[in-house]
Design a protein around this ligand. Structure first.
Ligand code: BTN
Length: 262
């Protein structure tokens, strides 16, 4: 279906990072929609400058997309990607596995990290003197289909762990590219973000729970209430409502050295 809708595919055996390859292609004039998929990445990147271990058997895919009116709505594409990825995981596994979305961009299986989304934007020339540059989005998605790193500060899981109904990365990608077409239709270049937000919240991990968000200079704690109209996480803290734009979320209050809670 994705191909019939004009979405092209560049399939590579090995690349440093599909997001980096997508950026190079944009710099050479590519405007998408185009999927860049690689069997393995030698320099896979995660959020916040982290490394993303990318062995053969896992899914590594980046979508180049220019189909939205203004750069301001581009951050919503992380939520579009989360909704599409969950829909693809459910379709590809026949409903086996308990999948969830962890704000902002994690895919969970049974509460452990299964995959993640790395959303980046490039300002690209348009050739139009009235609007000389336009945002082009790179939506990178990685799923631990076959292997998951063991040495992380949090638990990670493979899709293979669900048993015989686990799809391989090619089958999952076919579902993902179709689910993306459907989810982008729902999003309508930003006009349908309310629908995406509702769908995302239905599968949100920790909603209503006491969470901790590590920000660059502080840690915020409180009850996870919702995400707002621009995708920020909204918490009720001791000092009232607080909306945060980026950070690492974990469950529960901070543990003190003495074994109590802070
Ligand atoms: C995260 O959870 O930190 C985001 C991980 C994103 C990994 C994907 S794999 C495909 C694309 N290419 C990359 O280098 N990163 C993303």
């Amino acid at each position: 279906m994705a191909r019939a809708c004009g979405v092209r595919l560049l399939a590579l055996e090995s690349v440093d990072s599909t997001n980096d390859e997508a950026r190079r292609l944009i710099e050479m004039g590519e405007r998408g929609p185009l999927w860049v998929v690689a069997a393995r990445q030698t320099g896979g990147r995660g959020r916040l400058g982290r490394q993303w271990i990318s062995p053969p058997g896992n899914l590594h895919a980046s979508l180049i997309l220019r189909d939205f009116a203004e750069a301001a709505v581009a951050p919503q594409l992380g939520f579009v990607a989360g909704v599409a990825a969950l829909s693809a995981l459910r379709a590809a596994t026949g409903g086996a596995g308990r999948f969830a979305l962890k704000w902002p961009n994690d895919l969970l299986l049974d509460g452990a990290k299964l995959g993640g989304i790395l959303l980046e934007n490039v300002s690209a020339p348009t050739g139009d003197a009235r609007a000389p540059v336009a945002a082009v989005a790179i939506i990178g998605i990685g799923v631990n289909c076959a292997e998951a790193p063991l040495d992380l500060p949090f638990e990670a899981r493979t899709l293979a762990s669900i048993g015989p109904s686990a799809p391989d990365s090619a089958t999952l990608f076919a579902r993902l590219s179709d689910a993306f077409v459907e989810t982008l239709d729902l999003w309508r270049g930003g006009d349908g973000f309310a629908l995406i937000r509702d769908a995302w919240l239905k599968d949100a991990a920790y909603l209503g729970a006491h969470i901790r968000v590590e920000l660059p200079r502080e840690t915020v704690e409180g009850r996870f209430e919702t995400i707002d109209a621009i995708g920020r996480l909204v918490l009720t803290t001791h000092n009232g409502a607080r909306a945060v734009e980026a950070g690492d979320v974990s469950l529960g209050p901070r543990q003190t050295a003495a074994g109590g809670v802070a």
